[in-house]
Design a protein around this ligand. Sequence first.
Ligand code: FES
Length: 138
Amino acid sequence: MPVYNEKVMEHFMNPRNVGEIENPDGIGEVGNPVCGDMMTFYIKVDDNRLSDVKFKTFGCGAAIAVSSIVSEMAMGKTLEEVRKITPALVAQELEGLPKNKYHCSNLGAQALNKAINNYLKKQGKAGESKRRRKDEKE
Ligand code: FES
């Protein structure tokens, strides 16, 4: 069993924002085909900010801790700020993950991004968002 640090253990044992949002503005689901773990994020968006974030994760301790910290990192942030949450930042916020558990930190950012894409698609803004991200890179 991997050795988790105190912060990871704390989020694993007491995960924040677990659950499902009724009538969410966006849903993002990802799975890791290697281990079979699944993560779903639900978001509410108000005035371009995440006013609520919840998740359901079926997975390892790291995946649960990652979901919990990602939900905290994203809460209240603008969509643009949430896009900048990378797996590396997630691992850093958790004060490190065992090497063989780094892949688990990818799921959080991926699921959240998918939820934002789902929201933008519903708003008919998917193209606009892609354009904006392209502009930002230029
Ligand atoms: S082992 Fe599958 S997400 Fe962690």
